[in-house]
Each structure stands twice: as structure tokens, then as C-alpha cells.
Design a protein around this ligand. Structure first.
Ligand code: FES
Length: 81
């Protein structure tokens, strides 16, 4: 009497794959700030695919990622007016 049933179904643990495979993994949370008062360059591209070798700047690695995965990620563009 008072025993727990032993026929419980196994817990299913679903874990989403991390979006960041390798960038600054020693940090608890990767945060970058950009203070924009005046842009010196006409265009700066910031990576949003987490695959760039020049993170946080885009180096075009999203093209390879998109072809390999069918994803559609691209950079954040800062444009000078
Ligand atoms: Fe990541 Fe371009 S390399 S968005």
C-alpha cells in the first residue's frame, strides 16, 4: 500500500538545437551594443545567423548556412542616410 506505480511512461525530453554553435560560448549571454550617433560607413552588416567568422559583423557565412539548411537568415543592415 502507498507505493507509486512503476509503469509510468518515460519522460520525453525535447531540446531545441542551439542556434549559436560556437560564438563566445564562455559567456552566459552574448549581448552587443551599438551606439549610433553618426555612421562613418555607408553600410554596415551585423550577423544574425551566428555563423560569421567576424561576429558580430556579417562575413557572408549566412549564404552557406542557408544553402545547407534551407534557412533564410541574413544580416541586420545599418545604412547611413
Ligand atoms: Fe551571419 Fe551574414 S554571416 S548574417
Amino acid at each position: 500500500a502507498g507505493t507509486q506505480p512503476r509503469h509510468r511512461s518515460a519522460a520525453v525530453v525535447v531540446r531545441a538545437e542551439a542556434i549559436n554553435p560556437e560564438i563566445r560560448k564562455s559567456e552566459e549571454k552574448v549581448v552587443d551594443s551599438v551606439v549610433v550617433t553618426e555612421l562613418s560607413k555607408p553600410l554596415t552588416a551585423y550577423c544574425r545567423c551566428w555563423r560569421s567568422g567576424t561576429f558580430p559583423l556579417c562575413d557572408g557565412s549566412h549564404v552557406k548556412h542557408n544553402k545547407a539548411t534551407g534557412d533564410n537568415v541574413g544580416p541586420l543592415l545599418l545604412k547611413k542616410q
